[in-house]
Design a protein around this ligand. Structure first.
Ligand code: FUB
Length: 322
């Protein structure tokens, strides 16, 4: 009787502790190849918007047809909601579905995407940014403008045709929205309250070693610009801070080293239930690589002065959140 009771008690104790002992595995998504993580927290869940790598093993370029959405309540178990948007949903677009990000405002979800413009009367082609909108984080998303928000001819500081990629949108406490993006240089423009029109001129910045993939957010009174940068052989992540969303941006340091088996790395940051998380992608899944990437997540820690401790990229990932 006593022995049986003790065994049952031990089993109950183990069941209670198990969630704390368990960890996710990195990469967190293993059934498809995903890249360019863009997490948001909404209604007690993390929604993770991702690029979708479909290139063959022998391919030497991207093949990216749509954007996927995943969600989780514990940062460990992720539900795949499938493709929710594609360049085909924008009448003016053609080509690949590069990095995207979703921003919620007043119950609407704005899906900012980088893709490519058709050669037409508005643009001669090249990378462009569009925005779709929905009433739910899972869509259905529809082109909010019927035309690109940013196209190649609108930015003049870089001659290459793919400099208008990787949008990230940040809404400050006073309600002003800012969009940042770029490859080769960082660009910023204010958005109107409707989130689908630009408001004023485009500003240009050259953060140290900047390549692409900006992620901008505010913590306490400090603004953070985290970005993919020129590493030794592959991209890595560096960051800068500012007392204003308009800069100037003060360079800090390398935040994450290059990701294994992937030329690119791309940041996505959230605070969920009091903990800070750093999403990125690598190429470590079987048959993975620079065009067959996979998303991982690790813990992020701030120092007292607001600087961020270097990210440790782990195989184990993070512990489940209750
Ligand atoms: O995924 C395509 C491109 O690779 C993204 O737009 C960049 O940030 C890099 O991750």
């Amino acid at each position: 009787m006593n022995i049986r009771f003790n065994i049952l008690a031990l089993f109950g104790f183990w069941l209670m502790l198990a969630p704390q002992l368990l960890k996710a595995q990195n990469p967190i998504i293993t059934d498809v190849f995903t890249a360019d993580p863009a997490p948001i927290v909404y209604d007690q869940k993390v929604y993770l918007y991702t690029s979708h790598d479909t290139a063959s093993v022998s391919s030497t370029n991207y093949e990216m047809k749509d954007w996927l959405v995943f969600s989780s309540s514990d940062m460990v178990n992720w539900t795949n909601h499938g493709p929710k948007l594609s360049p085909k949903d924008f009448s003016w677009a053609t080509g690949d579905a590069y990095a995207a990000e979703v921003e919620e405002r007043d119950g609407k979800f704005y899906f900012y995407v980088s893709t490519f413009h058709k050669d037409d009367e508005r643009s001669n082609g090249g990378a462009a940014i569009g925005v779709a909108v929905a009433d739910s984080p899972l869509g259905p998303f529809k082109d909010a403008k019927g035309e690109a928000l940013i196209y190649n001819e609108m930015t003049t500081d870089n001659p290459h045709g793919w400099d208008d990629i990787d949008p990230t949108v940040f809404v400050d406490d006073d309600g002003q929205a800012y969009m940042y993006w770029g490859n080769g240089s960082l660009k910023m423009v204010k958005l109107k309250d409707n989130m689908v029109e630009i408001d004023g001129p485009i500003h240009y910045y050259n953060p140290k070693n900047f390549i692409e993939g900006p992620w901008v957010y505010k913590r306490k009174d400090l603004y953070y610009l985290v970005y993919a940068s020129q590493g030794e052989e592959r991209e890595r992540i560096e960051y800068a801070t500012s007392s204003s969303p308009e800069g100037p941006w003060n360079y800090q340091e390398v935040l994450a080293e290059s990701a294994p088996n992937s030329f690119t790395i791309h940041p996505g940051i959230v605070n969920y239930k009091g903990k800070d998380y750093f999403f990125y992608h690598n190429g470590v899944l079987p048959t993975g690589g620079s065009y067959r990437r996979s998303i991982a997540v690790d813990n992020m820690h701030y120092n007292e002065d607001g600087t961020i401790q270097k990210i440790e990229q782990t195989d184990e990932g993070v512990r489940p959140v209750e």
